[in-house]
Write a protein that binds this ligand. Sequence first.
Ligand SMILES: [Fe+2]
Ligand SMILES: [Fe+2]
Length: 409
Amino acid sequence: MPMPHHLSSKDFQCPNLQLLRSTRAASRIRMEATAAPTAPRNSTLEISIKKPEPVFVSSRPRQSSNLRDPETTMRDRVEVIDSMSDWAVKSLLPLLKPVEKCWQPQDFLPDSSSPTFYDEVLELQKRVSSLPDDHLVCLIGDMITEEALPTYQTMFNTFKGVRDESGCSDTPWAVWIRAWTAEENRHGELLNKYLYLSGRVNMKMVERTTQYLIGSGMEPQIDNDPYNGFIYTSFQERATFISHGNTARHAKEYGDLKLATVCGIIASDEKRHEIAYTRIVGRLFEIDPNGVMLAFQEMMKKKITMPAHLMTDGENTNLFRDYAVIAQDCKVYTSKDYTDIMEHLIQTWKVESLTGLSSEAQQAQDYVCGLVQRFRKLEQRAQKKAKPLHSAASASQFSWILNSGKPTI
Ligand SMILES: [Fe+2]
Ligand SMILES: [Fe+2]
């Protein structure tokens, strides 16, 4: 997923990476033993199975003043999440599709066991041959973003009160995380196989980029906060819905109707996931409007960092920026989309009409609601002095593209 280019190149760097590397090198992983009957005595690597901490239940009224310390805020928010378990069972889990009713990548790919397999592959290659290189770059970048799914599941499991404590926890939040991951897993797999068969992609460089990206992680600045986390995921799912929806439209325009169906079916999953996350935040607005309002402001001030912002192929350190520029040029994902998403979320959560907020939350409300107009003005200004973005990035420079402009058949 590209990022809008009002973010600067420093947003692509992870300041924590160097620290992380040195910390890893200097430290020895030690898991303290408390409850592992099979762990050998005197072993340097011992295993600990810790019980989840009990959720704090407070009788204090929920405040939203700047006098509150972050620990209290977090404790209150975890308490709210915990109180939503029954709601999540009734209103969130039904948004998951039973596996038997889900599409699978194979539904849209040539069947390698069929005698017509090679003919089907040739047909696929003919269809994709009409897609311009820059649109192919967008598709590959979207696919790599999807393939870094382990990072997103890891990120999800940093949300306090939500995370899957055991790996197979039966809380509705943990059930959602695993099933969401399983649904998402089909996206990267389908795009990967389709692009592999197209014969136009340098798969080794794409695979290398994916490996780098998963190894680098992401820095969404959620700070373990479930409110921040669900605002982030609401934004991201809508961004991916828009991006895949646009690639579907472009594939159709360039004559690959099957690719259009592939991108469209992925976009419809993203839409369903967007509904889930915006529904959670909507519920949070009902229970704790002051807290969510402050979290919304916090995430908008930090700006929504795109999940693949640490992307590199090992050669181009500006790979993500270049991909974002091309996506903007191709109108796959633009800075206008960023503002549109913000506006959409404000409307969905009826932020402008919220009443009875604390003074601090009212200020946050004014800030968030004023952002859309500010961003629109910035867009207009940028358009006036717009020069072709292709001068900064060209599809043929991407290591992902094989025989640029020349499909293999
Ligand atoms: Fe996805
Ligand atoms: Fe998604």
